[in-house]
Design a protein around this ligand. Structure first.
Ligand SMILES: NC(=O)c1ccc[n+]([C@@H]2O[C@H](COP(=O)([O-])OP(=O)(O)OC[C@H]3O[C@@H](n4cnc5c(N)ncnc54)[C@H](O)[C@@H]3O)[C@@H](O)[C@H]2O)c1
Length: 259
């Protein structure tokens, strides 16, 4: 039986780790050819490394999603080597935040530039390839924190809220050219970013409380986001565009108290 992404080329930012790497692996299992970019090479032990064993001829480039000239070069290299780009997953991102009266403007810029401007730049250049083809699917990775507030969220939440509304605009702007754009809002997912905040970082003391805010009573796994991205990337989602999809174990469903 053909895979759900057979014959398609998927380009993933933030492909070396966490959710981006899980998307690469899940997509490769379903027959996609892969291109990945990241500011860091994979550790050698991430899902990206498993993915490239399945997807022969996978392309990987290092680069910073904030660097437009580099993004342009990478998109051109992917098109050159793989011939087309059917799916773009914008997963490159960083954690950040802090109450605004204590937040340096440079730190604000770092988070918003990577999470929001990076999504804009990778989409800007990839969408041009997709327009020439007359088809494509863009899957952005925002966050539950792009839908609602979180104490101290500031730059992170603003960047992810920006990604949510940017995705809706992209869905409108490119629908008639055959391109779909959707955004996944993950709950808290066990990745290296998660560990840096909730296991080894400032969120450690809140870890139990945050887990309990997911109605399913647990944190998510990268593959659970990749499975949703797979659906949105594939032709099974041919009538789905402009959608904000929480994949969050019920985190945004509401409160666990009432009368
Ligand atoms: N883990 C969670 O709980 C969670 C929840 C909601 C949303 N997200 C979002 O999911 C996405 C993936 O996060 P993750 O948890 O897999 O984290 P991660 O740290 O495991 O992966 C993020 C990847 O992005 C790369 N990256 C960072 N800055 C970059 C830059 N300037 N240019 C290119 N690549 C860059 C990193 O090197 C890393 O490989 C992020 O956008 C994140 O905000 C994560």
């Amino acid at each position: 039986m053909a895979g759900r992404l057979e014959g398609k080329v998927a380009f993933i930012t933030g492909a070396s780790s966490g959710i981006g790497a899980a998307c690469a692996l899940r997509f490769a299992e379903e027959g996609a050819r892969l291109a990945g970019m990241d500011i860091e090479k994979s550790s050698g032990e991430s899902d990206w490394d498993e993915a490239v064993k399945l997807a022969s001829g996978a392309v990987f480039e290092t680069g910073d999603v904030r660097d437009e000239a580099r993004i342009q070069e990478i998109v051109a290299a992917v098109k050159d080597q793989l011939g087309r780009i059917d799916v773009l997953v914008n997963s490159a991102g960083v954690a950040g935040g802090g109450m605004i009266h204590m937040l340096d403007a440079e730190e604000w810029d770092r988070v918003v530039d990577i999470n929001l401007k990076g999504t804009f730049l990778a989409s800007k250049h990839t969408v041009q390839v997709m327009m020439e083809q007359g088809s494509g699917s863009i899957v952005n990775i925002a966050s539950v924190e792009g839908i609602e507030g979180f104490m101290g969220g500031s730059s992170y939440n603003a960047s992810k809220g920006g990604v949510v509304v940017l995705t809706k605009n992209m869905a409108i702007d490119y629908a008639r050219t055959g391109i779909r754009a959707n955004v996944i809002c993950p709950g808290f997912i066990e990745t290296p970013m998660f560990r840096s905040v909730l296991v080894d970082g400032p969120g450690k003391v809140l870890s139990d409380q945050i887990r309990e805010a997911h109605q399913l009573g647990r944190f998510g796994k990268p593959v659970e986001i990749a499975n949703a991205a797979l659906f949105l990337a594939s032709d099974e989602a041919s009538f789905v565009t402009g959608v904000t999809l929480p994949v969050d174990g019920g985190y945004t469903a509401g409160h666990r108290f009432g009368i």
